[in-house]
Unconditional design. Structure first.
Length: 199
């Protein structure tokens, strides 16, 4: 059983999983059930909620630099081969992880200092959708060497209404080791392109 992280908590992957080199970051969510006459009622005829998981590969200055440092449904593999997105889930239906990203920590280029895992709603403006429609969102980290869950962060409640993106967690270098931080920060962006402008 892994650690249940709280918002803002940080852990050392070296300490929690000695010898860790290969991890899977799983992200999941459910579509909230509409309530009669409530805010969600007006969304009952909208298309499936399509959330997209992505990874931003940032340098020591917190900049993305090259566009290939964004791994998402349109670029499933980082040029280094160290980060692989396992594919797009268009609805969020089903149990467990909705999208998975495989990270080979030992192969991440030295110029990359931080991996930011985020989820955004595809076509959110056109579909009039935000995170008030999402529940049971989580991010978890699994040691692929033994398939054990290292840590999990469950996002709580409807505090993210009007937000269309979510910075879920970060994995970052700290001297000679990798650490993980639970972020849970809502953001309002209309597209991944707009998000990239911040980096």
């Amino acid at each position: 059983m892994g650690i249940n992280l709280k918002k803002g908590q940080r852990i050392s992957l070296k300490k929690e999983a000695p010898g860790l080199t290969n991890v899977m970051c799983g992200l999941g969510w459910d579509v909230a059930k509409p309530s009669k006459g409530g805010l969600l009622g007006m969304f009952t005829s909208t298309p499936d909620l399509d959330l997209d998981a992505s990874v931003l590969c940032l340098d020591t200055q917190g900049k993305i630099g090259k566009k290939e440092n964004l791994v998402y449904f349109g670029n499933l593999r980082h040029s280094s081969g160290a980060i692989n997105h396992c594919g797009d889930n268009l609805t969020g239906k089903g149990e467990g992880d909705d999208e998975q990203i495989i990270v080979h920590l030992a192969n991440i280029p030295p110029e990359i200092a931080k991996l930011v895992f985020l989820v955004n709603i595809y076509n959110c403006v056109q579909r009039k959708q935000d995170f008030s429609l999402v529940e049971n969102a989580f991010v978890r980290l699994v040691n692929r060497g033994n398939n054990r869950e290292i840590a999990r962060y469950n996002l709580s409640g409807r505090e993210y209404a009007n937000q269309t993106g979510m910075i879920m967690a970060e994995i970052y270098r700290d001297n000679d080791e990798w650490k993980m931080a639970a972020i849970g920060k809502g953001i309002k962006v209309s597209s991944l392109e707009q998000l990239l402008s911040y980096y």
